[in-house]
Structure formats: structure tokens, C-alpha cells
Design a protein around this ligand. Structure first.
Ligand SMILES: [Zn+2]
Length: 327
């Protein structure tokens, strides 16, 4: 097993290639690593630090003494700020800056500010001067989930690196490599919106798989309006109806894919049931159902009673299936 959960996936990213090429040319003063997936940013920071200090040709081998120091947090020239992703105030930045000008042993100091977008304006302004003229050998990395929270002056003084979302195949393989079974890995890859951190949370949560299966069973067993009474309470009592609706959307999109060309569907583990659902819905009906699911999300966000929103949803699904029959 890798030292980092997402090592292989991260080493394949453009973002990492960018860092490696800068490392050869000479690291810049400041970088903004942009991603809404906090877990992946944390690991990316560790990977960067290991690459900078690794004894084996900057390969982040995670076996040499320097890499091990990084993994155990024992490199005195590597600083992590706001690791618990809390608000960052001006005092926190002052504290950080008090060490910036102290000379390092290795000649290279790295500062990683986690969720730098949680810095208030005063804190960002305080950091600005150092970003403009950092001491020799200092590089500051800003983890940014929400770019709009960063001052333009900060953005213009740091190089932006977008950690792209990951494709499903990569996520699926990564989840398998972490020991999750095929079923969980598939569901996680399908539902994580390209975020590895989210995928791991989904894979680790038995409830998520149960939600997915109940969305699938709902479609399979929704035959006539009398079924609604049997199904609606079960759905309305879901701990997270939002996740239920997400799962439902994924299944509907998969049915469309199966009808179109039988190509890559997200929920591979449920192929049989999806293929048989594809027999009873027309493409037009499916497209309309996606819209109905969105309407249901909107109603719930407006605090419409969950049971009546779910009733509406199921009735509307039956109605479009009837009105837009499969030819
Ligand atoms: Zn190493």
C-alpha cells in the first residue's frame, strides 16, 4: 500500500507535473493550489514536500530518510498552517511570519497554508508583503477551495495550480487499492463528482451504498400508483434525501446511456437492473424525469414537506412514463 492514499492518482496529475517541472527550474515564491476537495489538497502538499526533499531524485519515493521525515512531520523546514481548516486570523499569519525570516538548515523552507481562503481580509493583507518579497529559499503554498474569497492582490502574486477532478476509472482503481470492494468502489466513483476525498468518504459509509440501492429498488418496484404509498414513507425517512436524489439522477443517466449505445455506465455493478429499466422508459421520459428530480431538490430546499415532495416525485415519474411511452 502507498504511503499516501492518493499517491498514484496525484502523481498522474498535470498539477504535479507542473510542480516537478518548476522544481527543476527553481521553485517559485508562492503557489495557490485550487481544489474543492480538501483531502486531496492535504495529500498534494505532502507529496510536494516529499518531492522537494526526497534523496532519490525528487521522486517522492516515501522510503528514503527525507521522505519519511515528511510523512512523520519531522522536517523542521516544513510548516503547516491551519491543518484543521479553521478560520485564519491576522495573529495566525503574524505567528507564521515570525519564522519566515529565520534562516533554514537546508536552504529551502516550505509553508503550506491549508484552506487559505479561510483567511480574513486583514490576515491576507498581512501575508501580502511577504508574498511580494519572500526571503530567499522560501516557498508558500496556499490551499484554496473558494477562489472568490482570495484578494486579487494575493492571487496575482501566486501561481495558480488547478488540481483537476479525477476521472471515474482513476477513482474506481484508487478505491480498490484502498481495499474497498468493487460494489462500493463503483458507487463511490459514480457519486463523488470527481473528488477522491469525497469518494473515500462514500466508500467508507455503508449508508451511502444503501441509499444507492434504495434509489434503484424504488425505480424497479415503481409499477403503478398504489406502489407510491408503499415507497414514499421509506424515501421521505431517508437520513439524506439529497443523496437519494443524487443516486436517482445517476441511475436515470445510466439508463439513458444503456439505451443510447450501451456504453460506459457509472453503476456497473447494477448493469442487469439498469438494462431492464431501459426497456420500460423512453428517452424523452427519462430526460423529463431528470428535470422532475431537480424540481424536487428545489422544493426540498424551500422546506416543502418531505413526504409530499416525494409523493409528487413518484407520481410525476409514473405520469411521464405513461405519457411518453417507449415506442
Ligand atoms: Zn524519498
Amino acid at each position: 500500500m502507498s504511503a499516501l492514499a492518493f499517491e498514484t492518482a496525484l502523481k498522474g496529475t498535470q498539477a504535479y507535473k507542473f510542480i516537478l517541472s518548476d522544481l527543476k527550474m527553481g521553485l517559485g515564491h508562492a503557489y495557490a493550489v485550487i481544489s474543492s476537495d480538501d483531502d486531496i489538497v492535504d495529500e498534494f502538499f505532502t507529496l510536494i514536500a516529499a518531492s522537494v526533499y526526497c534523496e532519490n531524485d525528487n521522486s517522492a519515493c516515501f522510503t528514503c530518510a527525507e521522505c519519511r521525515k515528511i510523512l512523520h512531520g519531522n522536517n523542521a523546514d516544513v510548516f503547516h498552517i491551519n491543518e484543521n481548516r479553521d478560520k485564519i486570523k491576522v495573529d495566525d499569519v503574524s505567528k507564521m511570519l515570525s519564522s519566515v525570516y529565520i534562516k533554514s538548515l537546508s536552504g529551502r523552507k516550505l509553508y503550506f497554508i491549508h484552506r487559505a481562503d479561510l483567511m480574513n481580509v486583514q490576515a491576507q493583507n498581512k501575508l501580502l508583503k511577504t508574498l511580494e518579497e519572500p526571503p530567499e529559499g522560501v516557498t508558500i503554498f496556499l490551499g484554496v477551495a473558494n477562489e472568490s474569497a482570495m484578494l486579487d492582490t494575493i492571487k496575482s502574486r501566486s501561481r495558480s495550480i488547478h488540481l483537476d477532478l479525477f476521472d471515474e476509472e482513476t477513482i474506481y482503481k484508487t478505491m480498490l487499492s484502498l481495499g474497498y470492494d468493487e460494489n462500493m468502489s463503483t458507487v463511490a466513483a459514480a457519486c463523488c463528482e470527481g473528488m477522491l476525498g469525497k469518494a473515500r468518504k462514500i466508500a467508507a459509509s455503508p449508508e451511502y451504498a444503501a441509499t444507492f440501492n434504495s434509489a434503484l429498488e424504488t425505480l424497479v418496484s415503481l409499477g403503478r400508483s398504489s406502489d407510491i404509498v408503499r415507497l414514499d414513507g421509506m424515501i421521505a425517512n431517508q437520513k439524506n434525501i439529497g443523496e437519494f436524489l443524487d443516486a436517482l439522477s445517476i441511475i436515470i443517466r445510466d439508463i439513458l446511456v444503456v439505451q443510447k449505445d450501451g456504453g460506459m455506465i457509472l453503476s456497473k455493478h447494477a448493469y442487469g437492473k439498469i438494462a431492464s429499466l431501459a426497456e420500460s422508459y423512453s428517452p424523452l421520459a427519462l430526460a423529463k424525469i431528470l428535470g422532475i428530480i431537480n424540481d424536487t431538490r428545489r422544493q426540498l430546499s424551500l422546506n416543502v414537506n418531505a413526504l409530499s415532495a416525494v409523493d409528487n416525485l413518484l407520481f410525476s415519474i409514473l405520469e411521464v412514463r405513461h405519457k411518453c411511452p417507449k415506442s
